[in-house]
Design a protein around this ligand. Sequence first.
Ligand code: F6R
Length: 601
Amino acid sequence: MCGIIGCVGHHDDTLDVVLDGLETLEYRGYDSAGVALVDDSIDVQKKQGRLEALRTEIAKRDVTPTGDVGIGHTRWSTHGPPTDANAHPHTDEAGQVAVVHNGIIENYQSLRDELEAEGVTFTSDTDTEVIPHLFAAYLETDLSTELAFHRTLERIDGSYAIAAVVAGDDRIFATRNDSPLVLGIGENQYYLASDVPAFLEYTRDVVYLDDGDVAIIDADGWDVTDGDGESVDKEVSTVTWSAEQTGKSGYEHYMLKEINEQPTALRQGLSGRLDELAGDITVEELDDVGFPETVHFVACGTSYHAALYGVELFREVGVPAQAFLASEYATGPAPIPEDGLIVGVTQSGETADTLSALREAQGRGAKTLALTNVVGSTAARECDHALYIRSGPEIGVAATKTFSSQLTALNLLAETIADNTRGSRDLVLALRDVPSDIQQVLDETTAEAIVDEYVDNESFFFIGRGLHFPVALEGALKFKEITYEHAEGFASGELKHGPLALVTSNTPVFAIVTGNDERARKTIGNVKEVEARDAPVIAVTDGQSDVERYADHVLEIPETHQRTAPMLANVQLQLVAYHMANQLGRSIDKPRNLAKSVTVE
Ligand code: F6R
């Protein structure tokens, strides 16, 4: 995710404007931060850790950075661990150009090879660093600064928001592609940021940039052109948020914000890893993982549900796999396969139970892989391999976007390990479309109206079969965690083996049914069983079967691949949990008794 801020025009203290802006953006990334202030030269200060560490570092200096032009960045690592050197801004060798960047430059390796062959020395592990070197190289030619910036942009592929400054120049050059960037329009003071709150103290007038827009701001104004330098008409709008809402970008809760961030999170997780034309999946980090005899997943809570989904995928691609609750793994009788791969699924990379299961496996000679969101986390550092899900920071205690990113990454993992070239094109296309399918669910959901009818109920069931079973478990976990109402998830076929005794007209049942195959038909049979006991049924469906006939309500999802359907169904269930908890006035972002990262066994 990462956060960008930039400002031009006279301020009493430009450095303060940039640092305060970064503070409001810290939720976007907090493993390192940096600033660059421009005068005749560029003064860069950056530091690993939270923003406070950067402030302390600056306070130690005899002369603080000054200038009327400033950019800043708060980082959430994707390429290279969180270190001072990898923090943004990045500069060219002469320090004439400084750049901050969100997103991923997909062709950075070939650009880096080319620049290194020309004798350029890199000082970080980041993909970003190619940008200032390229920009500086074009500035060395006869091109104007604007054209040099355009030429630089023509060379890079990927998803990005970029802000760049040049020594002795009082402008900021910026652009975006698949990553947010917005201009703030003041009076002889202009701003840009990845999110409005960063400059809300100074202006409420904003211009939202679109993909491909190139913006230049200076103390006299702002200008937006397209990639060819042709002027683009942009509308200035006025935001109405209050300052208190800002950290949540206008959402009432982080959880709702993070549910809505899923299209972006998934785009980031897939960026550079799918080849739509060839139908290939390529994940750099997995180059030397090899083909394991068997896979054991170890995980807790939501991540365990993702692991259960992963098991099905590995079995589909021909690798025997099992999922274990991490807290049961090391101490239980499970034989740890020495020639197997042990995959720790852990958003935070710090969960004590998962770390201890991974350590036990490593101690017994097994190879380990961390599937995690946090670059440089303990799991990522200690495991033999790490696969990053690239969700961006998740603040709400209830995991939402990271679960979706885990399911996506598990598809990448299974296909890469199996080197599955046959029949994977459909999957690649479905994965490519998941972000927009999720957006459709978010735009069209009727979850809020449906839960209104059930606020007085105290027990809720969630059922699903096959790949929908982990989502039924996850739907129930999310629901109980934030509503404090009783909720259980079941494999649809298990209801009749006991839980059916609890089913009455007071137990709404959420049933996930997609497609119209044997599994769907069997789940519809289970739906009829609960309907016969007068239980209200809410079907989460793509409309391919006739489950609607037996349901009181329907939560629709777009038709998609059977691997991606669970991701869409899950978003509906996240919204069900959220709206019910909101109706009940629960503490949604910090549910009672729970913590985000559980570092005790
Ligand atoms: C539930 C939730 C927890 C975590 C679990 C594992 O919403 O967030 O169940 O999934 O504590 O955490 P990680 O994935 O960080 O290991």
